[in-house]
Design a protein around this ligand. Structure first.
Ligand SMILES: [Zn+2]
Length: 259
């Protein structure tokens, strides 16, 4: 009986030892599994963050690739001390030109064109002096090395029957004339007033064209002193259409210029 007891006790001990070693082995496997999983997780995290960096640098690259070198300087005619022409109903030219300039800028920016403004509010960076005013507008354009400069205006005359839009450039057979024609064509297509055609700077000394190093144009969108022109140019929808026509003209010009 005693031997049997010893035998049983030893058997129990052996079983216990076996079980303990199995538990230890199991625990080791668990620890190894957890450790490997953790390492893999760390590795994945690193790969993901590297991918993110790659994505960021790719998106930066795309941004740089799509970033246009083509710069347009938009000049909202008049501003600040200079009200420009006053419309039949008392609206100042400087306010009309600013609205259209800002609309045009947004449209061009949507088309990946770099836009700079000579002014983007009624606050102007130049003194209340016409000569310095015009020189400063040109300086802003030249400093930015703008490819295209566009000055936006509304016309005025004591004769209220005068109506129509016209586009100015320096000389015939120049890039400036090409730009002016592209713009004049788009404005004509909207058919909101008559077309007075392309005009040349020599006819009316225009410092913003004469002193400008970029391909430059000045557009008179219509007569603020004519009731039907005024109605169109001072309305929200008319201003949007004018901005669209100017943008189309500039984009068409750019397409021919760069190809
Ligand atoms: Zn003007």
């Amino acid at each position: 009986m005693k031997r049997r007891e010893i035998f049983l006790r030893n058997r129990k001990k052996r079983m216990l030892r076996k079980m303990t070693s199995k538990v230890i082995l199991f625990l080791i496997i668990i620890v190894l599994f957890v450790f490997t999983s953790y390492q893999q997780h760390k590795k994945n995290k690193l790969v993901t963050s590297n991918k993110n960096i790659e994505n960021v640098s790719n998106s930066n690259k795309q941004q740089i690739d799509s970033e246009s070198n083509f710069t347009v300087c938009i000049d909202a005619g008049h501003g600040g001390y200079d009200k420009g022409t006053t419309s039949l109903s008392g609206i100042h030219e400087k306010d009309v030109t600013l609205e259209i300039a800002l609309k045009l800028g947004k449209l061009l920016e949507k088309n990946n064109i770099k836009v700079i403004y000579t002014r983007n509010s009624d606050k102007v960076s130049w003194p209340s002096n016409e000569k310095e005013d015009l020189r400063e507008r040109v300086k802003i354009s030249n400093d930015a090395k703008a490819d295209v400069f566009i000055s936006i205006h509304g016309n005025g005359n004591t004769n209220t029957s005068f109506k129509g839009m016209e586009t100015w450039c320096r000389f015939p057979n120049t890039e400036g004339e090409k730009l002016a024609k592209a713009i004049q064509k788009e404005l004509s297509d909207y058919n909101y007033t008559s077309s007075r055609g392309i005009k040349y700077e020599a006819e009316k000394s225009l410092a913003v064209l004469r002193l400008n190093k970029s391909v430059s144009t000045l557009v008179e969108l219509g007569f603020l002193t004519n009731s039907s022109d005024e109605k169109f140019i001072t309305s929200e929808s008319g201003q949007t259409k004018c901005a669209e026509a100017l943008a189309k003209g500039i984009l068409n010009y750019k397409a021919s210029y760069k190809s």
